[in-house]
Design a protein around this ligand. Structure first.
Ligand SMILES: CC(C)(COP(=O)(O)OP(=O)(O)OC[C@H]1O[C@@H](n2cnc3c(N)ncnc32)[C@H](O)[C@@H]1OP(=O)(O)O)[C@@H](O)C(=O)NCCC(=O)NCCS
Length: 174
């Protein structure tokens, strides 16, 4: 995709192999913060190469030559009927949070997913992840419901809010 200017200093563009070290570092912050994912083991850049090879959009936010966030769409299901549904994630470096990057990434990711033919993006946020719920609301995602005790993180049950946004044809005439 072409780069999208956000501000004087920040742009969003398709991820490249050379971004994976920075993307892994940002993802590992999210894992360490225990706010975003049930994963607890840090990832290496090489582990994320499959994200580049996958069909879904994978974008990064870049500021002053540094990758400060990323968003990606992966498969929601291996059932054919759901091939137009993507499961997405957005992560922003701790140093860059609260400045609108997450919202812009989510909007850019939705546009890229729609252009790629997806009719829905869906994901879950921990019910206590207020920044994530906020950016999803602002980017036009609906709260479908709460999945109670959807998994354990460090031995503690977590409730998840199921979020979705219709795209393209599915969003028309609602
Ligand atoms: C969620 C995340 C991507 C948001 O990125 P960001 O760049 O900070 O997002 P934005 O600056 O666009 O918006 C953040 C919003 O959350 C709000 N917010 C931040 N901390 C908050 C808190 N503790 N309680 C309530 N709202 C909060 C901000 O005020 C802002 O809303 P506003 O603009 O209406 O004031 C980022 O916090 C992050 O990477 N977190 C770790 C990974 C993660 O949770 N990813 C989502 C997985 S579902």
């Amino acid at each position: 995709m072409a780069g999208t200017r956000l501000s004087e200093a920040t742009s969003i563009r398709a991820a490249e192999r050379g971004d994976l070290e920075a993307v892994a570092a940002i993802y590992n912050q999210g894992i360490a913060d225990r706010v975003a994912t049930f994963e607890t083991q840090p990832r290496q850049a090489a582990d994320l190469a499959e994200w580049l090879a996958g069909p879904g959009p994978f974008v990064v936010a870049e500021r002053d030559g540094q990758v400060v966030g990323f968003g990606r769409v992966g498969a929601y299901s291996d059932r054919c009927v759901y091939e137009g549904v993507g499961e997405h994630a957005v992560y922003v470096d701790r140093s860059a949070r609260g400045a609108g990057v997450g919202t812009q990434l989510l909007n850019a990711l939705s546009a890229a997913a729609e252009a790629a033919g997806y009719y829905k993006l869906s994901s879950r946020a921990f019910a206590d992840n207020e920044p994530s719920l906020r950016i999803h609301e602002r980017a036009g995602f609906e709260r479908v419901g709460v999945q109670r005790r959807h998994g354990k993180l460090d031995g503690i049950w977590k409730d998840c809010v199921l979020l979705e946004r219709l795209l393209g044809e599915a969003a028309d005439g609602r």
